[in-house]
Structure formats: C-alpha cells, structure tokens
Design a protein around this ligand. Structure first.
Ligand code: FE2
Length: 167
C-alpha cells in the first residue's frame, strides 16, 4: 500500500500513545545495541568465539526492522495529517529507515568466511550510528510539539484552513 493511501481513521493512535510506544521500543533497542557493543568489544579482544556476535547481530536486525515498521505505522498517520511539514518529515523518516534497513541487512550478510574482527568493527560502527540516530529522533521528532493531535483535529474540522486554531 502506498504511504497514506486508503488510510482508515482507526489506523491512527492518539499522539501520546504513539510516542510512548515508540519510546518504549527505543529503550529496548538501546539495551540490545549496548549489549551488542559489549559483545563486539569482547570478540575484538579475542574473548570468546564469534558465534554469539553473529547471533546477536541477527537478533538486533530483526528487532530493529520490526521497530522501523512499528514506528512508521504509529507516527506516519499522525505526521501525514500535519500539513504542510508533516509529509516532509515522513519523507525524511522513510529515507532514514531505508538507510538503516540496508545497513543492517548488509551487516547480516557478512560472509561466514569473512573476518570476525572486521565484523566486530563494522558492528561497532553501525551500533554507534544507530544509537545516535535514536537519540536524534527523540530530540527532533518524538517530541510533544511534533507528534501531536491538535493539528489533525483542527485540520479535519477546518480542512484547508491551516493556521487558524480553536480558541
Ligand atoms: Fe525509532
């Protein structure tokens, strides 16, 4: 389905609920990424086999990719209603998510015969980038000012008359 097409009213969660659910997932992702970083550093130091890191990378990919889908399902409908800037934010979000998905898939496709040290180093770089992305998303996107209900309600009541607010 194309973004925003044939959307039903009940696809949209209240902004507060959407933000809470996304932020809860971020807590879990941070925990997994931090755990992965510890594992990667142990692997790089030759402490333990590489198998756990490879497993963890796959697990993190699954969790992160699911999060991206959940996040889009929760906040895209809210942003789509927030004209004129919301759809631009959706576009930026989708591009960012595409980049994250492809980086995770690339890492998961690391060949069995590939260097384990190199895998650990690449994971470290990616995990650090993803942690930064999460922090930036929380600062710039997942705020009550950006993810909110009022504009949508306003827009529905006064379609096309942006800028006028209820008293
Ligand atoms: Fe996120």
């Amino acid at each position: 389905m194309s973004p925003g097409a044939h959307r039903r009213e009940n696809d949209r969660q209240p902004a507060e609920t959407a933000r809470r659910l996304v932020l809860e997932q971020h807590v879990q992702l941070r925990r997994m990424l931090s755990m992965g970083l510890v594992q990667a550093r142990q692997s790089a130091a030759g402490d333990g086999g590489q198998e756990p890191l490879r497993n963890l990378v796959g697990l993190i990919r699954d969790l992160f990719v699911q999060h991206l889908a959940d996040e889009e399902a929760l906040i895209v409908p809210i942003l789509d209603d927030d004209l004129p800037v919301g759809p631009l934010r959706v576009e930026a979000l989708r591009e960012e998510h595409e980049r994250q998905r492809s980086a995770l898939e690339t890492l998961c496709a690391w060949p069995e015969e590939g260097s384990d040290l190199e895998l650990a180093a690449r994971f470290e770089t990616l995990a650090t980038t993803l942690l930064g992305d999460i922090a930036q998303e929380e600062r710039e996107l997942l705020t009550p000012e950006v993810i909110r209900d009022d504009r949508a309600e306003h827009g529905m009541r006064h379609a096309g008359s942006l800028g006028r607010r209820s008293p």
